[in-house]
Write a new protein. Structure first.
Length: 168
């Protein structure tokens, strides 16, 4: 029996495991492997450190969650998407996960970027919130913001175009 897991299934599974007392969990399918190991006390990290590693084909997401909710989400850089005809000079920045798009760190704060801003590699350009985790999305290149295609607070799909930029 083939098993299909989408990002929502995966997030639900990780949340269930993180709230249970399961110490280790391994799930393998034809095109993915999910391995979660939890150390209830780690000298370096403190209590209840949940580390999960999931690989879907060429895409790897690592969630690390500890009691004080320090969260980091790491995605392997993907090849920039090809822009539609007539916009060949623009590079699309796409959502690396399903989540809610936020332009600023908190309501009422300045947006991370505006149209016309020049951004640098590693600069935070937006936040995607998934499963109550705030994931800062960083630019993979130096560029100028040409279009912001998603409204603040809008749900986005994996791979959805968030912004178009002109690489510098």
């Amino acid at each position: 029996m083939a098993m299909k897991l989408d990002h929502e299934d995966l997030n639900r599974l990780i949340e269930k495991i993180s709230t249970s007392d399961i110490q280790e969990f391994l799930l393998e399918g034809e095109d993915f492997k999910l391995e979660i190991k939890r150390n209830l006390f780690d000298q370096n990290q403190g209590f209840n450190n949940l580390v999960s590693n999931t690989s879907f084909d060429r895409q790897t997401i690592t969630n690390q969650k500890s009691i004080n909710d320090n969260v980091s989400l790491v995605s392997e850089p993907e090849a920039p998407q090809v822009a539609p005809p007539g916009r060949s000079e623009l590079t699309e920045i796409t959502a690396p996960m399903v989540g809610t798009f936020y332009r600023a760190a908190a309501p009422g704060e300045e947006p991370f970027v505006e149209i016309g801003n020049n951004i640098k590699v590693g600069q935070t350009i937006c936040i995607l919130e998934a499963m109550k985790l705030m994931n800062e999305i960083e630019s993979e290149f130096n560029a100028e913001i040409v279009e912001i295609l998603v409204e603040n607070g809008t749900p986005v799909e994996f791979g959805q175009v968030l912004m178009r930029v002109k690489q510098s």
